[in-house]
Design a protein around this ligand. Structure first.
Ligand code: CLF
Ligand code: SF4
Length: 296
């Protein structure tokens, strides 16, 4: 499936478990939850999981300072030989909570120069930091793009915070869309590999994701990962977008089969913002801060 990927790109993805399906059997990623703040509101968010920007009720992540994160990355690198990628994927937005993201990447790169750096963002603040990402050798970026039409966006995003104030309605969705498109183009210009994650929300953006797929391909995205909205019933109500159900597996697959633009990622495990290990084999519980010695 990756036959038409050029050798330079292949070299960058061959040990990234999300960007290469082959790699996910052999290479591990870890997330550090250093970025709790977010600048938009997704109707489905509960800040427990990310990359995904998806919603799955669960146990809260341990939020780390950059120093704690560096200690944790070193401890994990010593225990998990397959570790190849450090990702920052929330639990808020890694580009909005930029100081902590930047400090973490800089310190980790100093300690472990060969680890690949990866970031996941909603895209609103991304254009402000693309040059710094390039300087820090962050070569994998994921943007969560759920629409390319603000009329769809208004059903997903009640507000955004941008330019020192809150925007709502069509205005909010339009600004977010423009910033996401600008971010995509800036990454492509700099040769930073970009994946688009989309949350499939039945009745809201399911058909529309066909258009999203075409548009993001046109703007240089390497991969498109369509994930199901996870909408568990909690206390009798669905936890999704305004009580929205998630898609059935067959609905997700039927949509994926219709996407003909950019290449699809189909092995996503919708990781927690503090996941560690091979995809689908989360070892995060083995590395709580309490168990990491101060001295390292
Ligand atoms: Fe993490 Fe995301 Fe980087 Fe991967 S996860 S920041 S690109 S290193 Fe991967 Fe997890 Fe799916 Fe994300 S399986 S939720 S796509
Ligand atoms: Fe939640 Fe992520 Fe949306 Fe921010 S971008 S509101 S953290 S799902």
């Amino acid at each position: 499936a990756l036959g038409d990927i050029d050798p330079g790109t292949w070299d960058k993805i061959k040990n990234h478990p999300c960007f290469s399906e082959e790699a996910h059997h052999y290479f591990a990623r870890m997330h550090v939850a250093v970025a709790p703040a977010c600048n938009i509101q997704c109707n489905y968010c509960n800040r427990k999981y990310d990359c995904a920007n998806e919603s799955r009720p669960g146990v809260a992540s341990e939020k780390l300072t950059p120093d704690q994160a560096v200690r944790k990355v070193i401890a994990v690198a010593n225990e998990v030989p397959q570790l190849s990628v450090l990702g920052i994927a929330g639990p808020g937005d890694a580009c909005y909570d930029w100081k902590k993201t930047r400090a973490t990447f800089e310190r980790v790169a100093r300690e472990i120069p060969d680890i690949r750096l990866c970031i996941s963002t909603n895209g609103l603040s991304l254009p402000d930091h693309v040059d710094e990402l390039a300087e820090m050798n962050v070569d994998h970026v994921t943007i969560t793009i759920n629409m390319v039409d603000p009329r769809v966006g208004v059903k997903i995003y009640p507000w955004i915070y941008y330019g020192q104030r809150r925007h709502t309605g069509i205005d909010a969705a339009r600004i977010l869309h423009e910033r996401q498109m600008l971010g995509l183009e800036m990454l492509a210009e700099r040769g930073i590999l970009t994946k688009v994650n989309s949350v499939m929300i039945p009745g809201v953006n399911d058909e529309h994701l066909i258009e999203v797929n075409k548009v993001v391909k046109g703007r240089g995205a390497l991969l498109h990962n369509v994930m199901p909205l996870i909408s568990n019933r909690v206390h009798g109500t669905y936890y999704g977008l305004t009580g929205q159900r998630g898609p059935e597996a067959f609905e997700l697959q039927a949509l994926q089969d219709r996407l003909e633009g950019t290449k699809l990622m189909r092995h996503c495990r919708q990781c927690r913002a503090d996941a560690i290990g091979l995809l689908g084999d989360d070892r995060g519980h083995e590395f709580t801060l309490a168990e990491i010695p101060d001295g390292i």
